[in-house]
Design a protein around this ligand. Structure first.
Ligand code: GUN
Length: 292
């Protein structure tokens, strides 16, 4: 078993981003600038946004976190998005999901100017990604592709099984793995909660991407010997033994699955760190204007 080490790969790529950000700043006379909107106080979302902001500063970007009470209306949120769309000093805008029930995430996503949509959630970016055109690729799938590229994992002709069809991870991941690109050129099976014989589907996989959001969902009996295992799960449980008061669990039962895997991502220290890298790369591209 070999570890797909998100700590190592993300540190290396962040060095490159910091160098490129410094060059941008010297030339443009301002830093690349990411704005993150956070509505309410979901514990997970607070942690993720804080980490995104901290990493922006680490690589030399400007970062702004705009926070709203859970009572903000959809119209107020969209008005703020339109103001940011028109602000030339802001390169990238993300609205952290999930949003409260009274706000439609699709309306919010489509309100963001696709040229600032560094989450890659806007239908224009999604459509362009499917067509293999320059676009912002959603951060988690982007980070996973960078990880596969870093370790030169052979993907062409392989059977990839993606578990979970979310807009944020599973669905875009299935498109990227199937694209005519490197990494890519997989035969992809996209599975979900209504898939019949899920275990048998996963057993056929050369590459498994687990993005279900259920602790230790993927067990050793579902895995073919030698498979590549990508664990997207970040399942937080309260813990009295950790400093943060939380312990993170993946969607994969790591201890049982690792001995069967050729490559596997740990949780923490795997995909989560690569997600940040994907977002930073998109923000730099937004500032440079190389995609749009
Ligand atoms: N919630 C979980 N993952 C993400 C992400 O990548 N972007 C946003 N905006 N919200 C999320």
């Amino acid at each position: 078993m070999n570890l797909l080490d998100g700590k190592l790969v993300s540190a290396k790529i962040k060095e490159d981003i910091a160098r490129d950000a410094a060059a941008f700043t010297a030339e443009a006379g301002r830093r690349p600038h990411l704005v993150a909107i956070l509505v309410g106080n979901d514990g997970g979302s607070e942690t993720y946004v804080a980490s995104k902001m901290r990493n922006c500063e680490l690589v030399g970007f400007e970062s702004t976190n705009i926070r709203y009470d859970v009572t903000i209306t959809e119209a107020e949120l969209i008005a703020k998005i339109q103001e940011i769309n028109a602000d030339a000093a802001i390169d990238g805008l993300i609205v952290q999901l999930p949003l409260p029930k009274h706000i439609d995430p699709d309306k919010v996503t489509e309100a963001i100017d696709y040229r600032k949509d560094v989450d890659g959630f806007h239908p224009i970016n999604l459509g362009r990604m499917q067509r293999n055109l320059p676009c912002f690729i959603p951060a988690t799938p982007y980070g996973i592709m960078l990880m596969l590229a870093h370790y030169n994992i052979e993907t062409a002709g392989k059977h990839a099984v993606v578990v979970g069809r979310s807009n944020i991870v599973g669905s875009p991941m299935s498109i990227l793995l199937a694209r005519n690109s490197n990494p890519g050129n997989c035969t992809v099976t996209l599975t979900h909660s209504r898939t019949a014989n899920l275990k048998e589907e996963i057993l056929r996989a050369d590459i498994v991407v687990a993005a279900i959001g259920k602790k230790n969902f993927v067990t050793a009996d579902m895995i073919k010997e030698g498979a590549v295992i990508i664990d997207v799960g970040i399942n937080r449980e309260t813990s009295e033994t950790t400093k943060s008061g939380f312990k993170l669990y993946g969607d994969v039962d790591f201890d049982a699955v690792a001995p069967k895997a050729s490559w596997i991502t740990p949780v923490p220290g795997g995909v989560g760190l690569m997600t940040i890298v994907g977002l930073l790369k998109n923000t730099l591209e937004a500032a440079r204007g190389t995609i749009y």
